[in-house]
Design a binder for this molecule. Structure first.
Ligand code: 5RP
Length: 218
């Protein structure tokens, strides 16, 4: 089975975790897009959504699914999103689609984070996928030098501007043995908006699409 088929199966499988009357946080990316397709089939049963990107907002609205302003919401029942890597503690690297900051905000509001991935994303140690960092543009070179000291190779993602008007540095060649400590360390560098490590707020459940069906990791 191809990777997109696995993403589709796992995206649709998240639907059963969405209870009637829920406020739903919606992630970004190709797997989350399948979840939006599924969510459209129960759109009259939910209160609405909070979206993590302009692209997901556009897709949600195209289905007539209500999208609420994040500032008008105290908490969400559930947040459903993909990941670039996930370890067995359900800590993740996210931000391949440059939506990491809004993803972190929306997931922080959620009582439950359901991560939807195909099996290629499950790893023992995070870091093979380059770690995205959203940075304010004027701090790019300074932050890159600070990140270099951590032992990785920061590379400017050319031509990408985030929904918040910022830029992305991807750190290559990192072996992330202590995800929570690294998340805190990178977040403390002036000019960093968000690091794409989701370790302090990890997923509660991972749904993993495999060739033998969707498996649940807790
Ligand atoms: C976007 C993300 C995505 O969840 C991540 O990149 C996975 O994307 P896809 O489902 O397309 O493989 O973090 O910022």
């Amino acid at each position: 089975m191809g990777q997109d088929q696995l993403k589709k199966e796992v995206g649709w499988s998240a639907l059963k975790y969405v209870k009637p009357g829920s406020l739903v946080g919606v992630g970004t990316g190709s797997t989350a897009a399948h979840f939006i397709d599924a969510l459209a089939t129960i759109k009259h049963q939910i209160i609405g959504t909070v979206s993590s990107s302009e692209s997901s907002t556009k897709k949600l609205k195209s289905y007539g699914i209500p999208v609420l302003d994040c500032n008008s919401v105290d908490s969400l029942d559930i947040y459903v999103d993909g990941a670039d890597e996930i370890n067995h503690h359900l800590q993740m690297i996210k931000g391949g689609g440059a939506a990491l900051t809004r993803e972190k905000v929306v997931s922080a509001l959620a009582k439950q984070f359901i991560c939807i991935v195909d099996e290629s994303k499950v790893v023992d140690i995070l870091g093979k996928f380059p770690l995205p960092i959203e940075v304010i543009p004027m701090a790019r070179s300074y932050v890159a030098r600070e990140l270099f000291k951590l032992g990785g190779k920061p590379i400017y993602r050319q031509g990408v501007v985030t929904d918040n008007g910022n830029v992305i540095l991807d750190i290559h060649d990192l072996v992330i043995n202590e995800p929570m400590a690294l998340e805190n360390r990178i977040n403390s560098i002036p000019g960093v908006v968000t690091v794409g490590l989701f370790a302090n707020r990890r997923a509660n459940i991972a749904l993993v699409g495999t060739s033998t069906g969707v498996k649940e990791m807790k």
